[in-house]
Design a protein around this ligand. Structure first.
Ligand SMILES: C[S@@+](CC[C@H](N)C(=O)[O-])C[C@H]1O[C@@H](n2cnc3c(N)ncnc32)[C@H](O)[C@@H]1O
Length: 356
């Protein structure tokens, strides 16, 4: 029995399932609501005009429908929904009708994602949201992303990227992962470099605008710039971190965009008490806003540091934060792991502070 759910401004007909998997008749994952809300927010903050959106792996169509309902009309030239599954395409049609979208801006395709992309004349926004690794779709999406376009990449094969299956990471991402408290940041940076390497083949420099790791997935929004020297500048920022890598050593966020996104969300919610997913989204945006201002690789997981140095007690995070700031360093929480601090303070100085 199907039921109608509300996500953002969209109504979506889904068949509730105990387990969300690729075997569902039409794929809809409620956990990814935050992922879709972040996409809407990022695009609203970029505030571009007349964009062509390509959704090669559209599933139920929820993401594109939210774009059509929640972004300013002037932003959208057209939205192309594609899925190779006929049931998904029928569901997209039903969901468009349910939301009374009859727009000429909507285009529907029932093709393999790579064919859909390669047969197109290109898009200003492409969203790669696959089951598992995005690898199969990197060539075609990078070829078809426009100059200054936005390429959004999701990867759900975190067991490879975070080092549970290190050999798989080497095969798929050409890099060595790490299995410790910063494994999610390392995995995200490995994913970024892989996308950038594919971009470099086509003289396209992919600069991360907003990247994160959450639940079972990693997500990166790149802005794409054409030019050999821009690509060379990206490649210069690849390197290793101890035994891990090669990976992207540059910034994970455009800090002014991260700040706009958090502020815009707060303004939209008009100070009302946030609950559920909105509360989670607010905390998430605020956390990235703060950590995006700190130029550091990795972060300190305080309990892990206490264990490493055999400290008998762990100081409170608020105390450490204020002491680090008193010493003139930057510090913030990180969205990657709880009880952790991102800071430009050295490990030695932080440990001496913790000992006090
Ligand atoms: C993870 S779901 C996408 C979910 C959707 N983007 C959302 O936000 O709800 C992946 C979708 O890609 C489709 N798919 C997988 N491989 C494909 C391919 N090679 N070509 C076209 N569609 C594909 C599946 O049928 C499925 O609907």
């Amino acid at each position: 029995m199907s039921q109608t759910i509300i996500e953002g401004k969209a109504k979506i007909q889904v068949t509730p399932q105990k387990i969300v998997s690729k075997d569902m008749e039409v794929f809809y994952n409620p956990v990814m609501e935050l992922n879709r809300s972040v996409s809407v927010l990022l695009l609203s903050c970029l505030g571009r005009k007349n964009m062509q959106f390509g959704l090669p792996l559209a599933g139920s169509g929820v993401r594109g429908i939210r774009f059509l309902l929640e972004l300013k009309k002037s932003m959208i030239k057209n939205v192309s929904f594609n899925d190779y599954d006929k049931a998904a395409l029928n569901s997209i049609k039903k969901n468009l009708a349910l939301n009374e979208i009859k727009s000429k801006k909507v285009l529907l395709r029932n093709d393999d994602a790579n064919l859909f992309l390669l047969n197109s004349s290109g898009f200003d926004y492409i969203d790669i949201d696959p089951f598992g690794s995005p690898n199969a779709f990197l060539d075609s999406s990078i070829k078809r992303i426009s100059r200054d376009g936005i390429l959004a990449i999701t990867a759900t094969d975190t067991s490879a990227l975070c080092g549970t299956y290190a050999k798989a990471c080497k095969r798929k991402y050409w890099a060595t992962p790490l299995r410790n408290e910063i494994m999610h940041e390392i995995g995200l940076r490995i994913l970024i470099r892989k996308c950038q390497l594919i971009g470099s083949q086509f003289d396209k420099a992919l600069i991360p605008l907003y990247s994160y790791s959450k639940d079972h997935y990693m997500r990166v929004f790149f802005s794409c710039h054409k030019g050999k020297s821009k690509v060379d500048a990206v490649l210069k920022q690849h390197g290793t971190y101890g035994d891990a890598g090669p990976l992207w050593l540059g910034a994970l966020w455009d800090s002014s965009l991260a700040s706009d996104m958090a502020d815009c969300f707060l303004k939209k919610s008009k100070g009302k008490g946030l609950e559920g997913m909105e509360k989670e989204l607010y905390r998430f945006l605020e956390s990235i806003k703060k950590e995006s201002l700190i130029d550091s690789f990795g972060f300190y997981e305080i309990p892990a540091l206490a264990k490493k140095y055999n400290l008998k007690s762990i100081p409170k995070q608020e105390y450490l934060t204020s002491e680090i700031m008193k010493r003139g360093y930057k510090v913030s929480e990180t969205h990657f792991v709880l009880n952790s601090l991102r800071s430009d303070i050295s490990e030695r100085e932080l440990v001496s502070l913790m000992k006090k």
